[in-house]
Write a new protein. Sequence first.
Length: 410
Amino acid sequence: MTYALDLPGPDLSRGLYISFWLPTVVLTVALAIKLPSIIKMWRDPLLRAVGGLLLFACAVFVFAAPKTIAWTNRVTGVPNISAPWVYSLLTALCASWLLLIIAWRNGLSDRSAATRHATRWVVSVYAGVVIALWVLFALADVPVERLQDLDTYYATTPFMREEILLYLVAHTVACTITARLIWNWIRTDGLDAWLRWGLRFLGVGYATNLLFDASKLSAVGARWTGHDLDWLSTYLAPSAACVSATLVAVGFIIPHAGQYLAERWRVRVSHWQLRPLYLLMRTATGNREPFTPRSTGELRLIRRETFIRDALLQLSRHLDEGLRTRSYAAALALGSDPGRAEALAAAVTIQDAVETRKRSPETDGTAASSGPDTTYLLQKIQAVSRVLRHPDDIEAVRARATAPAESARA
């Protein structure tokens, strides 16, 4: 996460301030996407952990902004009161990481003693850290307000030194455990592709967060030994935290957004693939599917499927089962696999039925029961529509299937 307690100088802080809010926006989007599910299934510990994580992450970014730090100090009248407040929010965020991993690893149905013990341990330890942060701040002497370089400025101050080290160690431990468990989970079998990609972003994000900790600890340690490595804290650490937070937020967005977009794409592709068969059925019946401009993609797909199936039922009495059998054998002989051969045979049969209906419209009736069984056609409309895009293949099957019958008539 980006923690703006150590931004250098007013000119540079303004430049970093713009990028500082980028992770906040991405995290807010992730929280907005998750919020309906969290509210609907509040008893699910996994969703509660995700909600807490995103909420604390957003809070850290909001209250770590330089302007918010100055506002908090001014309202409370206590110089640097934002330090323990932001550190506490960050510590709560670390606890939510670990709680999320416990819920993910064990699942909703796991209510074993080990799971309950791990949950209580995380809550107790990190709650103790938060209490210790405030006690140490009360004992420390930090009269000079520092909006941009507090960690390195007070790195050698009694009690404040321990507070800074405590929050960094708690953050490092949580990042290390979370990153390791996530990368172990990625290697397991049976994961959804979108979930796997989301976990990869999360794993990289938490690993990048360790660069934030390393930079901060190095800069603070340099102050303890009388050296100056403040640039690690003021330049590298915020950049690493900003990248990390963005990756973590994207990791939560990808599974939901990916599944949503994939489903929308599947519906649109299915609707588009049915177009050849729909146009053939529209020619046969003279009707068209109902259209509503504001209808959803799912509704349009259902209407197209319904229209095609109704039209096939009207054509059922004109279907030639003998032609379908010969066409299937012809398609196999031409090298098609059984599935495609069935679709080609059905396409030849449907086209023949359409032509027969045009030649003998007076025989058209509504009693589909008098014709052959059309169940196989109703179940394979997608496959039939796809092969209709290859008229040369259909014509080759038709020619081979009708050749014996034409020779016998001759």
